[in-house]
Design a protein around this ligand. Sequence first.
Ligand SMILES: NC(=O)c1ccc[n+]([C@@H]2O[C@H](COP(=O)([O-])OP(=O)(O)OC[C@H]3O[C@@H](n4cnc5c(N)ncnc54)[C@H](OP(=O)(O)O)[C@@H]3O)[C@@H](O)[C@H]2O)c1
Length: 241
Amino acid sequence: MKETVVVTGASRGIGRALAVEFAARGHPLVLAARSRSDVQGTQVECDLSTPEGREKLLAVSPQKIGGLVNNAGFATAGPFAEQDRWKERDMVRLNVEAVVDLCHLFLPRLGEGSFIINLASTAGFQPVPLFATYSATKAFVLSLSEALAEELAPRGIHVMALCPGVTESGFQKEANVALTPGYATSDEVAAYALKALDARKRVAIHGTKNALLIFSQRLSPRIATVKVARKIMQPWFKNRR
Ligand SMILES: NC(=O)c1ccc[n+]([C@@H]2O[C@H](COP(=O)([O-])OP(=O)(O)OC[C@H]3O[C@@H](n4cnc5c(N)ncnc54)[C@H](OP(=O)(O)O)[C@@H]3O)[C@@H](O)[C@H]2O)c1
């Protein structure tokens, strides 16, 4: 019998696609989000931006699990000064606080051969103007994951930061930005994630173009990288609803 995998944000998008992949490998699932997932598993309706929501998830999860996927997250987009104060705070609570807390809460239940996947993003490799708080939350997740990967390796727990680029999901609607067609699908990202997990990657960047762009940034001055990031973001706001 395979061990249970806990997936947060499993009701749609990348989280749902990851749940489908783990189910196909025969893992029982615990699926958490504020709404139910159509994937089979133990459904936990909870708001993970709150300590109560996270404790509810812990309470219904088995004492020993094979993996934790910290996927739930959202973005706000646009000029920082125009953002709603409480939405910014809620994003930090979900994208940052919940990831730290869930890693901490579930660590005692993870044994040799288990894993943690944290959803970072290509947005986490540099500051992104017009996505300022969001990109900062993903930089945090990336840094946390790489540090934990090194700390937990001797215990046989693999930690991977999954870094999708722009991916079609509910994300764009949540962030109120329009996406031109042609980007990766959640299914493609999830299939890649499982291959990267098998290969024991610590940082898994989806898409060759994304990986090359991030690699090239290593040689560029930070200010140039930030200006390019702004240029890449700008078209998203042309079709803003
Ligand atoms: N799509 C992209 O372009 C992209 C790129 C890089 C990284 N990512 C990251 O990938 C992850 C998944 O995003 P996605 O693209 O799949 O977006 P999505 O389709 O909007 O899915 C987000 C998931 O998170 C759940 N969620 C949101 N707020 C929650 C809360 N307070 N408590 C519990 N669950 C909550 C949502 O379910 P409910 O609304 O039912 O709660 C949903 O299942 C996020 O961490 C995102 O930052 C996305």
